[in-house]
Design a protein around this ligand. Structure first.
Ligand code: UD1
Ligand code: UDP
Length: 384
């Protein structure tokens, strides 16, 4: 009798999803019984928010693109549910795999479970405890309905068990975002951007901001940028601007920031805006930076792995392992505290801070292989 082939439908939508998914697809391609399919919801669509990750991570083109585009939280989620619902009813795969915490993650999870298709959630269990974040709602809802939950750090497993999820569904496997980083670090170090900007190693900072809580209120956005301008009197700070933030800067009438012209080296200190940069360029920048200031989730993890100090401009983090083991400091959302923390960091720079570099357990570049092995076993046990 021919062996059963398992049709696995993998979902991506937003920039960090591509980074988390690429190693899973690669690992699935190694299993002859697996037929991985890729669905892009189209939540992110600009070249530098989407296709560049496929190109640089060697991910195959999506089998389906739902092309939902942007919209309000509700309109976007609803549209993904509607379009993915139609696709799932046609395709009826053996399993749906979602990653992360974006609207695409939750919307596709809901559809899978309502269609009776087993659902696996990669990066389950992270909790900020802050229900004003759309991501926290997406995480709690996705985890409550998933059949298999893969966690990146011990806190994730503990949170799930505390919420009453049955322990046999929970697997602590490590971090597929770090798998991608391990896979890409040599190419990232060879990326041309640091050289083009003529930057000195550890002579500049990197800034990213895109959370609604940071960028959606003009007064708060102005205040954090004023604090960063203060820090940037000591060294240049590169600011690859997320499209959400681009829109909010324009709406708030904030126009007094420098923009890098994309060609010559940086003229000097100050904040230098640029569009989002490609994955390898971004990792190359972070790897060489003195520090990162961010409100991103994934960048807290990548900077920890690279041993680059990270100042997280938020009141909470769903990734406590980056503080416990790594280089992350939660500075809160008071701009003065950000300046103080940056001053403190810069005054200690060069004092051997990387000597006892630690990374969280199982962040070893092999999380995707562990996940795929567990999926394989599950499918064999549950095959009709
Ligand atoms: C989304 C995720 C967030 C994640 C982030 C990663 C949700 C609720 N939010 O936030 O968790 O951290 O992605 O980057 O799912 N836009 C473009 N081009 C694009 C994509 C977006 O111009 O390719 C602009 C649009 O104006 C859009 C805005 O960015 O309205 C926000 O995009 P959206 O996907 O709704 O949320 P993000 O802020 O990107
Ligand atoms: N990233 C990138 N270019 C940029 C900014 C970020 O390639 O200009 C990558 C980064 O290395 C990480 C991912 O995008 O892999 C993080 O995405 P983001 O901060 O948008 O989302 P979050 O992790 O907060 O959900």
């Amino acid at each position: 009798m021919p062996k059963k082939q398992y049709r696995i439908m993998n979902i991506v939508g937003a920039r960090p999803n591509m980074v988390k998914m690429a190693p899973l697809i690669r690992a699935m391609q190694q299993i002859p019984e697996f037929l991985p399919m890729l669905v892009h919801t189209g939540q992110h669509y600009d070249y530098l928010m989407s296709q560049v990750f496929f190109d640089q991570l060697g991910m195959p083109a999506p089998d389906y693109n739902l092309e939902v585009g942007s919209g309000s939280q509700h309109a976007q989620t609803a549209e993904i549910i509607r379009r993915f619902g139609e696709l799932l009813q046609q395709e009826r795969p053996d399993m749906v795999v979602v990653v992360g915490d974006v609207n695409s993650t939750f919307a596709c999870s809901l559809v899978a479970v309502k269609e009776g298709i087993p659902l696996a959630h990669v990066e389950a269990g992270l909790r900020s405890g802050d229900r004003t974040m759309p991501e926290e709602i997406n995480r709690v809802l996705t985890d409550s309905i998933a059949d298999l939950l893969f966690t990146t750090e011990e806190s994730g497993s503990q949170n799930l068990i505390r919420e009453g999820i049955s322990p046999e569904k929970v697997f602590f496997v490590g971090n597929t975002m770090i798998d991608s980083l391990v896979h890409s670090i040599d190419a990232a170090r060879a990326s041309a951007l640091v050289g083009k900007l003529a930057l000195t190693r550890r002579g500049f900072g990197v800034l990213t901001l895109h959370r609604p809580a940071t960028v959606d209120h003009p007064e708060k956005l102005r205040a954090v940028l004023a604090a960063i301008a203060e820090i940037s009197k000591r060294l240049p700070i590169l600011f690859p601007v997320h499209p959400r933030t681009q829109g909010k800067l324009a709406a708030a009438g904030i126009e007094n920031l420098n923009s890098w012209n994309g060609e010559s080296s940086l003229p000097g200190k100050g904040i230098w805006m640029m569009g989002p940069v490609g994955y390898l360029d971004f990792l190359g920048l972070v790897d060489s930076a003195a520090f990162v200031i961010t409100d991103s989730g994934g960048i807290q993890e990548e900077s920890t792995f690279m041993g680059v100090p990270c100042l997280t401009f938020r009141d909470n983090t769903e990734r406590p392992a980056t503080i416990e083991y790594g280089t992350n400091r939660l500075v809160g959302t008071d701009p003065e505290s950000l300046v103080k923390n940056a001053d403190d960091l810069l005054s200690r720079a060069g004092q051997g801070s990387n000597d006892n570099l630690k990374v969280p357990p199982l962040w070893d570049g092999h999380a995707a292989e562990r996940i795929v092995e567990i999926l394989h076993r599950y499918l064999q046990q549950h095959a009709e």
